[in-house]
Design a protein around this ligand. Structure first.
Ligand SMILES: Nc1ncnc2c1ncn2[C@@H]1O[C@H](COP(=O)(O)OP(=O)(O)OP(=O)(O)O)[C@@H](O)[C@H]1O
Ligand SMILES: [Mg+2]
Length: 426
């Protein structure tokens, strides 16, 4: 096992002529290289390139389970692929343990990667799929014996029980059985991938990674092909296995529940940069900027532009709030200014009409049974949208006028321009 260190890592792709105009559009997460401290480009047409990862600096500790999240195209897979050796770095260093791996070929990195599409060998049964990587890696530790090689070759087409098992094959059989036991797929070892369900294929793909006993596991949305129930059970299995094996793991997901529940820490990425790395609840309760605040949490946090007046007043055409004393320090130095008020949907509750509360009109009601999600707009601003989470026993209809109280101990404030959280001054 080993820790993984990303040190000032950059990645750019040469910019193609056809992309010249499209790549600059706002919707594209990729940016034209132009940062200070960015490394000189190794390639690119006329020296211009599209930067997809910038200034990545973080450490995944030995045995840690790190979850990596971010919008589509922000560079998550690229980062894993660089660690696995499937992409070259444009700048910076990656260390696994005390080995600098930048220039090592993939097979010498001792890293196993599980992809979203399981990529099993269709003509090999489950046993041989799991054994495949082992045959290559275990080779180094067993001296070649020509008699055994001949016997193995002569009997290789026989059913597995009748094949000659060299010392190496015995070791492989031991590992395959151990892994199959862990993943509860012992009864499937003779089946071909086409004879397996999606969840079973996924477990075989995991088994193949686990069997190699690598220093690091990389998993790129490994559960996204599974149905909801299977996702839940496989999710729990992966967490349990990781704890049992203690293998340093980086896990990419788009799923909020997976992000919040699986890892020791979450790394949130946007536009090729790390935004925040922290334990899940810290990210949830203390997001460092508006992006992280809006990305983690479902339904997402609400943002309302407000005016701040010293010492502790927030005003909006529809309401006026007095902040708790705890905000004195973070707001020090601010006079009258515009800020962004952040409120999570669960921190709004049904109340009565008063100047602290928000008068809203209901646009949509989603009753889930245990709780109800409301989509509403401020009564005097039809273009605003807020999400509200309330207990499932309230009966509310579209078009209703409601008064919502804000839990003032749970609010967030962000600067209007850069979206930085003022809470970080607290
Ligand atoms: N070979 C390539 N050449 C040029 N650009 C590429 C190449 N591979 C990826 N990109 C670009 O790099 C950016 C990051 O891609 P990446 O696959 O890492 O995103 P991601 O975060 O994994 O997204 P998703 O969540 O959709 O899987 C994207 O803008 C993508 O278009
Ligand atoms: Mg990806």
């Amino acid at each position: 096992m080993a820790k993984v260190v990303f040190e000032n890592v950059y990645k750019s792709y040469p910019r193609r002529r056809a992309e010249d105009s499209s790549v600059l559009s706002d919707s594209s997460p990729a940016k034209i290289e132009g940062e200070k401290n960015a490394p000189a480009q190794k390639s690119g047409t006329h020296g211009v390139s599209v930067s997809v990862l910038r200034n990545i600096n973080f450490t995944v500790e030995d045995g840690e389970f790190m979850v990596l999240v971010g919008p589509s195209g922000c560079g998550k897979s690229t980062l894993l692929r660089m660690l696995a050796g499937l992409e070259e770095l444009t700048g910076g260093n990656i260390w696994v343990g005390d080995r600098l791996i930048n220039n090592l070929p993939p097979k010498e990195r001792d890293i196993a990667m599980v992809f979203q599409n399981y990529a099993l060998y269709p003509h090999l049964n489950v046993y041989d799929n799991i054994a495949f990587g082992l045959r290559r890696t275990i080779n180094q530790s067993f001296k070649s014996n020509w008699i055994e090689d001949i016997l193995t070759g002569m009997t290789s087409s026989l059913p597995r029980g009748l094949r000659y098992l060299s010392a190496k094959e015995k070791e492989i059989a031991k590992r395959v059985k151990y892994v199959a036991g862990l993943l509860q797929i012992e009864s499937l070892l003779n089946r071909l991938p086409k004879e397996l369900s999606g969840g079973q294929k996924q477990r075989v793909a995991l088994g193949r990674a686990i069997a190699r006993n690598p220093q690091v596991f990389l998993m790129d949305e490994p559960l996204s092909n599974l149905d909801a129930k299977l996702r839940t059970t496989t999710r729990a299995q992966i967490v349990q296995l990781q704890r049992q094996l203690g293998t340093t793991t980086i896990y990419v997901t788009h799923d909020q529940t997976e992000a919040m529940t699986m890892g020791d820490r979450i790394a949130v990425m946007n536009e090729g940069k790390i935004q925040q790395i922290a334990p899940p609840l810290e990210i949830y309760h203390h997001p460092v900027n508006r992006f992280v605040a809006g990305f983690i949490g479902s339904p997402p946090m609400n943002f309302i532009p407000v005016r701040y007046a010293a010492p502790l007043t927030l005003t909006h055409p529809q309401f006026r709030l007095t902040l708790p004393e705890t905000w004195t320090k973070p707001l020090q130095g601010y006079k009258e200014t515009r800020l962004l008020l952040g409120i999570r949907p669960e921190h709004l509750s049904l109340s009565n009409s008063n100047e602290q509360n928000l008068a809203v009109i209901v646009n949509l009601v989603e009753a889930l049974g245990n709780e109800t999600y409301l989509s509403v707009h401020l009564a005097k601003d039809k273009n605003s949208t807020l999400q509200v989470k309330i207990p499932g026993d309230k009966s509310i209809a579209r078009g209703d006028l409601l008064h919502l109280a804000i839990d003032l101990n749970k609010i967030h404030l962000f600067t209007e321009d850069k979206g930085e959280s003022l809470m970080s001054n607290r």
